[in-house]
Design a protein around this ligand. Sequence first.
Ligand SMILES: Nc1nc2c(ncn2[C@@H]2O[C@H](COP(=O)(O)OP(=O)(O)OP(=O)(O)O)[C@@H](O)[C@H]2O)c(=O)[nH]1
Ligand SMILES: [Mg+2]
Length: 232
Amino acid sequence: MGTFDLAELGLTPAHRQEAARLDPTMHLARVSSQHKDFYQVITEEGESLAQVTGKMMHDAASPADYPAVGDWVLVDRPSDVDGPVIIHHLLARRSCFARRAAGTSAMLQVVAANVDTIFICMSLNRDFNLRRLERYLAIAWDSGAVPVVVLTKADLADDVPVRVAEVRSVAPGVEVLATSSLDSEGLDSLLHHLRRGTTIAFIGSSGVGKSTLINRLLGQDLLAGHPGPARR
Ligand SMILES: Nc1nc2c(ncn2[C@@H]2O[C@H](COP(=O)(O)OP(=O)(O)OP(=O)(O)O)[C@@H](O)[C@H]2O)c(=O)[nH]1
Ligand SMILES: [Mg+2]
């Protein structure tokens, strides 16, 4: 029996069925970060270093065939006490953010997999741009995740209701929240989306206040000095 409940991270009976079909002797894990030559995954025993099999590398037709942050995978062991665990299988993605791999025009690289809710962040001062927001919305809908528009830095704007109305006009049916990390405006509405088993992600231009907002939601400075793909 493990010490970590993977349902907290969104594991469902459907994942377990898929895992049993692929290889019932292996252990389910979720990819928490991706580095050049290794991964970190979370198993029922906690976080472990992981690597993909040579076969997986050989069979990969494109970068999208490699595991990415958020992916559910099957690993040979639940812990890396005896060296990195080995990723043998990648489970089907429920949602997927992809971008073109650097230097190639056709190859897609997965930035984040299995995100349920994507917070599209745009600040209510300089960064406010409806065309850019429409592009972000298109990316979000394509990914399979549900977008929520998070307008940040409401404390710096004096026309918030007007801006919110403009956003609603280009984002029909999408929840739009005006927030401020300075005075905590709108943070309660955001917190409603943070539920057990639900995966969220934040995207938006540099400087709009994503890290500040996440830190406010977490109530601590967990992200200080840790730039990474999961934040964009
Ligand atoms: N006035 C005001 N400033 C804010 C708010 N949220 C963030 N800021 C400031 O905006 C600046 C950028 O915030 P970050 O949280 O680092 O922005 P980011 O989106 O994480 O940027 P990248 O990590 O570069 O993508 C910092 O100086 C913050 O203090 C807010 O609600 N109100
Ligand atoms: Mg940041």
